[in-house]
Each structure stands twice: as C-alpha cells, then as structure tokens.
Write a protein of this length. Structure first.
Length: 158
C-alpha cells in the first residue's frame, strides 16, 4: 500500500502535468488545490527535485514544474523515490537486496521466489503507467468514456 507521501507526490506531479502550459506553479497553489500541508508538500517536492522529476524556480514568481522527463515519468520511478524498494521483503528487492533474518535457507526459499515474481510484475505494471497515461485516463473518466475500475473480491479459479 502506498504511503501518504507517495500518494501526495503523485497527485502533485499530476497537478504540475495539468498546469504544464502555465510553466511554474507556486507551492502555495499546489498545496491549496490538493488540500495538503505546505510543509509536507515542500518536503515531497524537494525529494522529487533531487531526482530531477521536478524543477524549482526561486523568487517571487517561483514554484515548480515537471522535470526533463515530463509526462513520460512513470510511477515505478516515483514510488522508488518516495517509498523506497517496491519489493514486499528485502530479499525480493533488486536494488536494495538484503537477506531476511528469518530465513535459514535463502538458496531454497519458496517465499523469496514467489515474492520476486510479485515484485517483477508490480515493477512492470508501474513502469507502464506514466503521467501522460494518467492524464489520458482522467480525461476519459471525466467524459464518461471509461468506467472506473474497482477492486473485486478474489474468487478461486479466476
């Protein structure tokens, strides 16, 4: 489950994507529009800036805009910056691998094997979702051309 920091970060990026024709957007405006604490938002934007996902401009007319990747920024990269590893356990992480203290036989651990598969599928899915994709989906949803997908209960055999 994504934490609040990551969720607000994605919403802030989407806000900047929607306002990209305006150039730089003030932090106060983003904070007000998203109804999130300005201090919290500034910390999130600082993390995104450090990775080049957003660019800041200081001064009276300062604020933020999308970085060089722009609308092609994918959720996998955002999640890694704001959330950390995508894997459910450190032993299933590609970039942040660490053996689990609870595992006595990592060479034959079926849990690790299974969770590496989950991690790989999750990363693949998150890499397919860009800001452009989210904006397009948002447009289709607002026009009624697409129905919002809701989670369904797990049913054996499906």
């Amino acid at each position: 489950m994504l934490n609040r920091k990551t969720t607000y970060g994605i919403h802030a990026l989407l806000h900047l994507a929607r306002k990209r024709e305006e150039g730089v957007v003030a932090v106060a405006r983003i904070s007000e529009d998203l109804q999130v604490s300005r201090k919290f938002l500034e910390r999130i934007l600082a993390d995104l800036k450090q990775e080049g996902m957003v660019v800041s401009q200081s001064g009276r007319d300062g604020g933020y805009r999308l970085g060089a990747v722009g609308l092609e920024l994918c959720l996998a990269d955002v999640v890694r910056v704001l959330e950390g590893p995508i894997a459910l356990l450190p032993c299933a992480s590609h970039r942040f691998y660490a053996p689990c203290a609870e595992c006595h036989q990592p060479e034959t651990c079926a849990l690790q094997d299974a969770l590496v598969g989950v991690r790989n599928a999750t990363v693949h899915s998150l890499k397919q979702i860009t800001l452009a994709h989210l904006l397009q989906s948002e447009q289709l949803l607002s026009e009624g051309a697409k129905a919002l997908v809701r989670p369904t209960p797990y049913q054996e055999g499906q």
